[in-house]
Design a protein around this ligand. Structure first.
Ligand SMILES: [Zn+2]
Length: 578
């Protein structure tokens, strides 16, 4: 049987059975190189944040098919080149794909890459990543973040330094990083309430930055979906700022929001921008021991800052001041901030009732949503406590309509309400570059303003001899520095209480207020224009409710401090173009 078998084998063509050891060695060698390459790809897909499983499958398949072709195609002169061809095609596909995802400096198999290798030697020392501390960062652990020694960490450190330095240069108070497609992360700076697009990052850099900030803020790196919140400190020159760090997952990826807390965190009522008479009236309520003050504004117009400023206005050592909040935006010194946990069974109203019974002097409700709670707050204010309630509303009439609606008892509102405020935030003209001009008299008469006044506005864009824009350093070319509140303030006096009680509808109350000239935001806003602190264009923008889009014009795209040369890195341009 054995000899029979051998005879059969001997009749077969030799190439089926016998592989030349040299050819076998060649195939094994190529395969070994292939395995090394596949291992690099496995790591690299994670580094550049691309489809790891998919590429591993492609490499595995190409490896197996390539080796099979190399070994089993009878003609080695055909099989071996085909094996090399399969391997090379897949490698080129991967390299082209991953190079498209990263910065020029991180691309491989490019002339630049080979030059770097020649300069640094294979496996030799990489050129040290140049970093300096421009913004002093303190982690949530209260430890100052030192410049790392390890190169990969140094690169991340450089990214956060660039981001924070740019944010401070632009005077941004909010910085957002959000995925923009599979390859880029866009950066949005909000400067005085106006969003400005920054240079976008590659997905790899954006991801590295996100993880670095999360780590600094003490957030869970594994949690990528649920919202997380933490705090770091950032100091530039002698100015130290708290920075609230928030992350939130979406189907597109994780989003990072940094809120740089500025001077508004210390504001008291006189800092808000109330007109002199309004301020007098507002301060007069300070010593009234009971009653409800309704503070209102449209979204993104400083509602929280105002209600917190009223809270700080009280002597928090002598008076028992307490808040109930769903989420604490800022810490209030010497104030008990009671947080509502949505998973707890206790409702807002139950919590409020318990608080009222504990008899504090002042109750602050920045986020009141339930009818039951509104009634409890009003009753407490009518009897013995001072209560502040914040409400989103476009004007005083809307605030009143909403409040009367939610309390559902006009007599109770009349008995408890002390004052109502409404507000907008307007940007302040840059004192360095604002331009005086003579406005159109017709427009001034239309606005009920004296027609012989000199007004101010941001300057026309100026260019140097080479056509480069000349930028005002004080405002980075935006024409504005900082914001102030414009207020409408309605004190509730005895005649108005009577109107509340007797009127049968909201429009009756409105007619009374309009007739008496008690309400109107625009006149106060225009007074700030006459005072030369803001422009008529800015008031028009804010009154139109344009909180979210930058004003038209060449400066809309904003400055680009510390921008890298554009030509060297086309991928770092803003994702939206211009
Ligand atoms: Zn300026």
């Amino acid at each position: 049987m054995v000899s029979n078998g051998l005879e059969t084998l001997a009749q077969l063509p030799s190439s089926y059975l016998y592989v030349d050891p040299i050819k076998l060695a060649a195939v094994v060698l190529v395969f070994a190189i292939w395995v090394l390459f596949a291992q690099w790809v496995d790591k690299d897909t994670q580094a550049v944040n691309t489809f790891r499983v998919l590429w591993n499958l492609i490499f595995l398949a190409a490896g197996v098919v390539g080796a099979a072709v190399g070994l089993f195609v009878p003609l080695f002169a055909v099989g071996f080149p085909v094996m090399l061809g399969i391997h090379l095609t897949v490698i080129v596909m991967y390299v082209v794909h991953r190079n498209g995802l990263v910065n020029e400096d991180d691309r491989v198999f490019t002339p630049g890459h080979f030059q770097r290798l020649r300069e640094q030697g294979f496996g030799g020392k990489k050129k040290r990543v140049e970093v300096t501390e421009r913004v002093r960062l303190t982690a949530s652990t209260r430890k100052v973040v030192e410049i790392p020694t390890e190169d990969e960490e140094r690169e991340k450190y450089r990214l956060i330094q660039d981001l924070m330095f740019n944010a401070f240069c632009r005077r941004a108070d909010i910085v957002e990083l959000a995925p923009a497609g599979p390859q880029a992360v866009r950066i949005l700076y909000t400067v005085d309430g106006v969003p400005v697009e920054g240079e976008s990052l590659t997905r790899m850099d954006g991801e590295a930055l996100l993880q670095y900030v999360k780590q600094m803020a003490g957030l869970s790196l594994e949690e990528r979906r649920k919202p997380q919140k933490g705090m770091i400190m950032a100091a530039i020159a002698d100015h130290k700022h708290k920075v609230v760090v928030r992350t939130d997952g979406s189907t597109a990826g994780e989003k990072l929001t940094l809120r740089i807390i500025g001077r508004e965190a210390e504001y008291k009522v006189p800092d808000l921008g109330l007109a002199p008479k309004q301020l007098e009236a507002a301060q007069a309520t300070k010593d009234i021991s009971k009653g409800l003050i309704l503070i209102s504004a449209p979204p993104d117009n400083g509602l929280t800052t105002t209600i917190y400023s009223f809270t700080r206005n009280h002597d928090r050592f002598l008076q028992n001041v307490q808040t109930i909040e769903y989420e604490k935006e800022l810490d209030l010194d010497n104030v008990t901030q009671n947080l509502i946990n949505p998973t707890e069974a206790t409702t807002f109203a139950e919590r409020l009732l318990k608080l009222v019974r504990s008899d504090p002097d002042i109750i602050v409700l920045p986020d009141l949503r339930e009818r039951e709670a509104a009634v409890i707050a009003s009753k407490a204010a009518a009897e013995k406590q001072k209560v502040y309630v914040a409400l989103q509303a476009a004007d005083i009439i809307e605030a009143l309509r909403k409040w009367i609606g939610v309390v559902g008892d006009r007599a109770l509102v009349a008995k408890s309400l002390l004052a109502v405020s409404n507000q907008r935030l307007v940007r302040l003209l840059c004192p360095t570059c604002k331009q005086a001009y003579k406005p159109d008299p017709q427009m001034m008469r239309k606005l009920n303003l004296p027609d012989d006044k000199i007004l101010y506005r941001p300057p026309e864009p100026q260019f140097d001899k080479r056509g480069e824009p000349i930028m005002c350093q004080a405002c980075q070319g935006t024409g504005y520095v900082g914001r102030t509140g414009v207020f409408d303030w309605l004190p509730v006096d005895a005649p108005l209480r009577e109107v509340f009680r007797k009127s049968s509808s909201m429009s009756e109350i409105q007619t009374y207020l309009v007739k008496k000239g008690s309400i109107g935001l625009q006149a106060h806003a225009l007074q700030k224009v006459l005072d030369g602190v803001t422009s008529i264009q800015e008031v028009a923008r804010v009154m139109r409710g344009e909180g979210v889009s930058p004003p038209a014009g060449p400066r809309a795209a904003g400055p680009r401090p510390a921008a890298r040369p554009r030509s060297s890195n086309p991928r770092s341009r803003p994702a939206t173009g211009s």
